[in-house]
Design a protein around this ligand. Structure first.
Ligand SMILES: Cc1cc2nc3c(=O)[nH]c(=O)nc-3n(C[C@H](O)[C@H](O)[C@H](O)COP(=O)(O)OP(=O)(O)OC[C@H]3O[C@@H](n4cnc5c(N)ncnc54)[C@H](O)[C@@H]3O)c2cc1C
Length: 392
């Protein structure tokens, strides 16, 4: 007889544990190469490899616990009754519910808590949240679920997901901070929790996230399928990809889906003409204190300057943050002080563009994302920024 694959006893043990936690001896538990699928109507766990490494064991157990808790504490009928219509709203609703059932298990059973943490770590790592590239629409539901989990269990988001969470947290907390707080009182009451989650979704203006928005230019189906082209960044070449046509100098026409022109920025002529030290491309050479190289009594910041020590792109973000450093240093120099402030640009450049079709495009380092909810986020960020100058 062929010896039994060592993975089989492990699968049987996990299946038994899942059924015990779920309190359902008949619960079908499947293992598949496609990985975990838990939640409404899904009960597949990842197939473990023969090696059965420690991390893998914890990941499969965590996935099993998540599946079991969903079956134990979740009522499909209540879920369907409360479920919102829009795709993003639904995804957020389901992610919050998964966070609820997992939090119940996490608070009651320490072993389950550890398994779920390991599964989450692994998921965040596997989805590449540390160097996010294209999590698509799953990003917001994931962040909301992590914030819900944090409220319900007091656990920080996994390290790999932290930058992504911290980026969206202020927006969620300002618009729906009270809803998040109120969720804690309803952890075992699915119906009340669902109603509170609906409120959270409404407060985040995601209620109509179903692909139609009356206040925007109409989206044709073609527009909906529009893919995001990867930008070339500053000074990059234009990119053409279908329906539009690009005619070159020799009158040759290239069919393309869209034409994206990225012209970069150029320096005015006056810095060079004035005799200030300029880089090859004509921008004024400055250091971290924004003082001009060799002329410490002169300072420059923003689009006209070129940092010589680090690469700082010409964008509003950097102009806005370097400006106050320049102002501080001007005052200190006039007062005869030498303790000058420095501007340290954060690692990645952050851009949010409205497409005028109800979506915004986010560009952050290597990460690009186009989504409707980003439009709300951009609106919130812009209003908050402008309010700082409104004199109120
Ligand atoms: C279409 C467009 C979209 C952009 N979108 C984004 C974005 O989404 N995110 C982002 O981060 N950045 C964006 N930027 C870049 C951003 O606007 C600039 O990086 C930022 O405004 C630079 O600020 P600054 O103060 O250095 O220069 P500016 O904002 O250009 O200010 C310089 C000022 O000096 C004045 N000036 C010039 N010469 C003289 C003179 N001789 N005498 C008196 N005044 C003078 C100009 O009129 C101007 O008001 C965008 C830029 C453009 C053009």
């Amino acid at each position: 007889m062929k010896p039994e694959n060592p993975v089989e006893p492990f699968k049987r043990a996990v299946t038994a544990a899942v059924r015990a936690i779920a309190r359902d001896n008949e619960l079908p538990v499947n293992f598949g190469a496609e990985g975990t699928a838990t939640g409404a109507g899904r009960n597949r766990l990842p197939t473990p490899s023969r090696e059965l490494g420690q991390e893998e064991v914890a990941h499969v157990r965590g996935s099993g616990d998540a599946l079991a808790l969903w079956h134990r504490h979740h009522d499909n009928r209540l879920h369907a009754l409360n479920q919102p219509k829009g795709a993003t709203a639904r995804a957020v609703f389901e992610a919050a519910e998964q966070a609820r059932v997992e939090s119940i298990g996490s608070k009651r059973m320490i072993g389950v808590s550890d398994n779920l943490d390991a599964m989450l770590e692994e998921r965040c790592r596997a989805r590449g949240y540390a160097s996010v590239k294209d999590p698509g629409e799953a990003l917001l539901p994931e962040v909301v679920a992590l914030l819900v989990r944090e409220r319900l269990t007091g656990k920080d988001p996994p390290a790999a997901a932290k930058p992504m969470v911290e980026f969206i947290r202020p927006w969620v907390e300002e618009k729906a901070g009270d809803d998040l707080k109120n969720l804690t009182g309803n952890i075992t009451d699915q119906n009340a929790f669902a109603k509170m989650t609906r409120k959270l979704i409404a407060d985040l203006d995601l209620g109509d996230e179903d692909g139609t928005e009356s206040d925007d230019l109409e989206d044709s189906p073609d527009n909906e399928e529009e893919e995001m082209a990867e930008g070339e960044g500053e000074g990059g070449e234009g990119e053409s990809a279908g329906q539009a046509a690009l005619t070159g100098q020799e009158k040759a026409t290239e069919p393309s889906d869209a034409i994206l022109a990225a012209v970069g920025s150029g320096a005015p002529s006056w810095p060079r003409e004035s005799g200030l030290p300029v880089a090859e491309d004509g921008f004024i050479r400055v250091g971290p204190t924004q003082q001009v190289e060799g002329l410490p009594q002169i300072l420059a910041a923003g689009d006209v300057a070129r940092r010589t020590d680090v690469r700082v792109r010409h964008s509003g973000v950097h102009a806005v943050y370097a400006g106050p450093v320049l102002a501080t240093n001007l005052r200190r120099l006039i007062a005869g002080r030498s303790d000058l402030a420095t501007y340290s640009p954060f690692g990645k450049d952050f851009y949010l563009f409205n497409t005028c079709r109800g979506t915004s495009i986010l560009s952050y380092g290597a990460f690009g994302l186009k989504a409707r909810w980003l439009r709300r986020l951009k609106d919130w960020l812009d209003r908050r920024w402008i309010a700082r100058f409104s004199g109120r």
